[in-house]
Write a protein that binds this ligand. Structure first.
Ligand code: FAD
Length: 384
């Protein structure tokens, strides 16, 4: 047998399931135990703020692999079970049991950030299936929804809710996705959001709430003195990697293979802060493709292989009738060039030498794929 006797994977999300499957794909025949604190087998989180909220996906269809598939691969999956304490070679679980491990992969993902102010009833975040279903019950024609934070999840929630007939206000200091795509791209997106009926409330950030009848939220308070009246609110101000089990906050530093530097302990997915040739400092992936890629690399590292994950960062998003796809360096651009209009466009980001280092594409899948290939080829050439 190659590798350790027992691999314990903590976290049954995308990264956890990818680690377990890769171990088997690579021929590992020892024990693989995946523990997850949610009540579901690993599922597709990206659909939560899109099809699930829109009512177009049945929750049962979100599972990444059926429980039968885990059985076939002899992967033990324990849902509704958290790891509560880690010790060398041993973990204590929330049901009081203990498991021994010879390698451990932390794949605990992230938790939605919340405002420091107390949140009354009617205030939501969207990280889990239950969160999305709870928010969906609040939406409908004429309902006033305030969305605090115009990042990926906030923008998706805002336009999905607007299409369900809700009267939506999206609150952020800047324009939709401005921190991710820069001013010019964000201006195009702002136009699309307005055309979808979303009111953009810029210039201030949410700080708290007022309580109305029955203790429910009645408005969101802003740091510029303003307030946005609402029947329900969503806080979408980013995520915090869930790394407390290893005694660190804000993510677990790893190499590009998910090795933590602690003996036989690896981290993968959103919880890991991994270096990438495209980013100035190690950062949480925060997106699907990198979470999965680092998980594959970590599983191989468990087996003693060296297969660093170094692909150009990328993400996608569906909002305001656009399939957005981004690839490349997430910052440090000198300038950008736009072609197209609000229903189909490309923003190419250039460095100081005039080389394209990233691109944002709206309803232009072929252009996105071409730049992705080009950037990956450039990286391979640079490494040769
Ligand atoms: C609403 C939403 C929409 C998204 N949309 C997109 C998108 O369009 N495109 C894109 O690229 N990315 C998107 N993402 C990001 C993508 O889903 C994440 O990057 C990916 O899910 C990360 O996988 P992960 O396995 O690292 O973490 P997670 O999927 O969060 O899984 C971690 C699991 O570990 C569990 N856990 C935590 N602590 C413990 C513990 N102590 N014991 C046991 N279990 C524990 C958690 O409850 C969770 O089930 C979206 C995310 C969200 C929330």
């Amino acid at each position: 047998m190659k590798g350790p006797d027992t691999v314990l994977v903590v976290g049954a999300g995308l990264a956890g399931s990818r680690v377990a499957e890769t171990l088997r794909d690579e021929g590992f025949d020892g024990r693989v135990l995946v523990v997850g604190d949610e009540s579901h087998p690993p599922y597709e989180r990206p659909a939560l703020s899109k099809e699930v909220l829109a009512g177009r996906r049945d929750p049962g269809s979100l599972v990444l692999r059926s429980v039968g598939r885990f059985d076939e691969l002899e992967i033990e999956l324990r849902t509704r079970t958290a790891a509560v304490r880690l010790e060398p070679g041993r973990a204590v679980l929330s049901d009081g049991s203990e498991v021994g491990w010879s390698a451990l992969v932390l794949a605990t993902g992230s938790a939605a950030r919340r405002l420091p102010a107390p949140a009354p009833a009617g205030v939501h975040v969207v990280r889990t299936l239950e969160d999305a279903l709870g928010l969906r019950r609040e939406l409908g024609p004429g309902r006033r929804l305030a969305v605090a934070g115009a990042g990926l999840v906030g923008c998706e929630v805002a336009t999905t809710a607007s299409r369900l007939g809700a009267d939506v206000t999206l609150i952020d200091r800047g324009l939709p996705l401005e921190r991710l795509v820069g001013r010019e791209g964000a201006e195009l997106l702002a136009e699309r959001h307005r055309a979808e009926g979303v009111t953009l409330r810029t210039g201030g950030a949410a700080t708290g709430f007022t309580h109305g009848a029955g203790g429910r939220v009645s408005s969101v308070l802003l740091d510029d003195g303003g307030r946005v009246g609402c029947d329900a609110a969503v806080v979408s101000i980013g995520c915090r990697p869930s790394s407390e089990l290893l005694g660190v906050h804000g993510g677990v530093p790893t190499d590009a293979c998910g090795r933590t530097g602690l003996p036989a302990i690896y981290a993968a997915g959103d919880v890991a802060l991994a270096p990438n040739p495209w980013t100035s400092r190690p950062a949480s992936a925060g997106h699907w493709t990198a979470a999965a890629g680092l998980a594959t690399a970590a599983a191989r590292a468990v087996l003693g292989e060296h297969a660093p994950y170094e692909a150009p960062p990328s993400w996608w998003s569906d909002q305001a009738g656009l399939r957005l796809q981004f690839v490349g360096a997430p910052d440090g651009w000198a300038t950008s060039e736009i072609d197209g209009g609000t229903t189909s466009f490309a923003v190419r980001y250039l460095d100081a030498s005039g080389a394209v280092v990233a691109g944002l594409f709206a309803n232009r899948a072929a252009d996105y794929a071409a730049l992705r290939r080009e950037l990956a080829r450039g990286l391979t050439a640079a490494a040769a």
